[in-house]
Design a protein around this ligand. Structure first.
Ligand code: SF4
Length: 356
């Protein structure tokens, strides 16, 4: 091969990579977002209403920030792409440390670093009803220190996907070797907030999982259309399709025939009278209340999602049961529990997350 042929081949490979991994391809943007207005209003509750949720604006209360300063803030590269570690025990007693890749929920700001244009990306393009009660648009997620990091990650990804991918791989590998030395496994939760908003981004996530084969990757996602038919899904990547998105009808229809793992948020009103704990305390249900809780969940979802007295268990009950792919179970997960062990088992069909 001549030097010219070799160069041509290298350029072709680079173009193919760019097309495959470019997260901006297919991403959706919010048109005509009034950033001046959002920056003028200081409180998050003033920036969007419950009926019309929008992006969290990472600005401190009372802070005067110009659009240019806001852009500069977002353009800084984040110190880390992974969130703080969380230690958990899996079924069978194995120890694992989980980290999340956290993006802005629902929508997020980025700057096109070639044109300096501020854009608002739809980071959960398949969100449905969930956006009205989204946990990641409330509480600690509203702190500017948390939100700015999410926006910096999004901006980094959209402007330099290769740098993002390399940094993420380096962080995961470092975590893996540190945890391995203490006999812990390593797990990555894609998105405690946000979702797979474009095909290029999914390809980056798959590539990262393929390059870290001993790490467990998992995601809760509303991107049923994009992810339900991906034969190239890495073996170490597990998805749970969440209901309350745009494609619920399709997902529910598919669940009649295929065992996709799914999750359903159980509204607080369905069980609040059963809770014995006060605000801020660990959640506590008596055994009678657990039976009543199961009964109500079966009554509400049983017909559509095939629940009955034999296949609904609490998280505590599940943790005592060996993982058995021959059987299919549904698990109730409360605020005290971690949802990760349920989403990594072969025998879990439905995960019922108690709203908190
Ligand atoms: S998909 Fe998840 S993060 Fe996005 S709006 Fe819905 S609940 Fe929030």
């Amino acid at each position: 091969m001549s030097i010219d042929e070799y160069k041509k081949k290298c350029n072709q490979t680079e173009d193919e990579e760019n097309n495959k991994f470019d997260p901006t391809q297919g991403a959706k943007y919010v048109q005509n977002y009034d950033i001046q207005d959002a920056l003028k209003r200081k409180k998050q509750s003033e920036v969007f209403s419950k009926d019309k949720p929008g992006p969290i604006v990472p600005v401190k209360k009372g802070e005067d920030v110009s659009e240019e300063q806001f852009k500069e803030r977002i353009k800084q590269r984040p110190p880390s792409l992974l969130s703080s570690p969380q230690k958990m025990q899996k079924t069978g007693g194995e120890n694992i440390v989980y980290y999340a890749v956290s993006m802005p929920a629902l929508m997020g700001f980025m700057v096109d670093e070639k044109t300096n244009e501020l854009k608002v990306v739809q980071t959960c393009p398949s969100a449905g009803k969930c956006k009205f009660e989204c946990f990641a648009l409330k509480g600690n997620y509203q702190y500017p220190s948390t939100s700015i990091r999410q926006h910096q990650r999004l901006n980094y990804l959209m402007n330099d996907w290769n740098g993002f991918r390399e940094q993420l791989l380096a962080e995961i590998n470092k975590a893996y070797y540190t945890n391995k030395a203490s006999k812990y496994k390593t797990g990555i939760r894609w998105h405690d907030a946000g979702d797979f908003f474009s095909d290029g981004y999914i390809n980056i996530a798959f590539d990262v999982a393929n390059k870290t084969p001993d790490v467990e990757h998992y995601a809760y996602t509303k991107e049923f259309l994009k992810l339900s038919n991906r034969p190239d899904k890495p073996k170490n990547f597990r998805f749970t399709f969440s209901l309350e998105g745009k494609y619920d009808k399709l997902l529910l229809r598919a669940l009649q025939n295929v065992n996709f793992r799914y999750s359903q948020i159980v509204p607080y009103d369905l069980f609040k009278d059963l809770l014995k704990s006060k605000k801020g305390e660990k959640w506590n249900f008596t055994p009678d209340d657990v039976s009543e809780l199961k009964r109500r969940i079966i009554e509400k979802y049983g017909q559509t999602l095939n629940l009955n007295n034999q296949n609904v268990f609490t998280y505590g009950e599940m943790m005592k049961m060996p993982n058995n792919p021959e059987r299919k179970i549904n698990v109730i997960v409360s605020a005290n529990d971690g949802d990760e062990p349920a989403s990594e088992r072969d025998d879990v069909d439905g995960i019922y997350l108690l709203e908190h």
